[in-house]
Design a protein around this ligand. Structure first.
Ligand code: NI
Length: 188
């Protein structure tokens, strides 16, 4: 397994539409495992392949690492096949939009069809944080970030701050200062 570098906005690769995988082969499983390790390390609760610069429809999630019953979810070609009329608002963050959070309104419940780590087709009905996280990650596969769901004014302000933060981070790295950690509850 390997830690992969996480891209941050603005980066043109985060705005691209990812391609479906033909099958879940050894290469895709390796990607899933590397993504999970990268997500845990960040730390975050969800990660999509384009966030590590791989334009494939692959996501990993683990909304509660303490809960060993559920374990991590590995999904290839995830698709929302059903969404509730009822909406819910959650304060989202993203490993690719570090240290910025915003309320995003999405359907409260979704059913997702996907290929699991063994390449088997599965349907998962989700609500609460898992439903939010699934929609957030699937958005990534279509080049959509949570900041695309908020006002242009707020989005542009965040993007400006991200550019500034990137320069500061580059300077800190050059000086050998440690990187700041994210608030894991909100890093989707
Ligand atoms: Ni994200």
């Amino acid at each position: 397994m390997a830690l992969l570098p996480i891209l941050t906005a603005p980066d043109p690769r985060l705005k691209k539409k990812s391609k479906p995988v033909d099958q879940v082969d050894a290469e895709v499983r390796q990607l899933m495992d590397d993504m999970l390790e990268t997500m845990y390390d960040a730390p975050g609760i969800g990660l999509a392949a384009p966030q590590v610069g791989v334009l494939k429809r692959v996501i990993v999630l683990d909304i509660d690492r303490e809960d060993t019953k559920t374990g991590p979810l590995f999904m290839a070609n995830p698709e929302i096949i059903e969404a509730s009329d009822e909406d819910v608002s959650y304060e989202e963050g993203c490993l690719s939009v570090p240290e910025h959070y915003s309320d995003v309104v999405r359907p409260a419940k979704v059913t997702v069809r996907y290929l699991d780590r063994d390449g088997k087709s599965q349907d998962l009905a989700a609500e609460g944080l898992l439903a939010t996280c699934l929609q957030h990650e699937i958005d990534h596969l279509d080049g959509v970030l949570f900041i695309d769901h908020i006002s242009a004014l707020k989005r542009n302000m965040i993007l400006r701050k991200l550019l500034k933060a990137r320069k500061e981070k580059e300077r800190d790295e050059a000086e050998g200062k440690p990187a700041k950690a994210q608030d894991p509850e909100h890093a989707l």
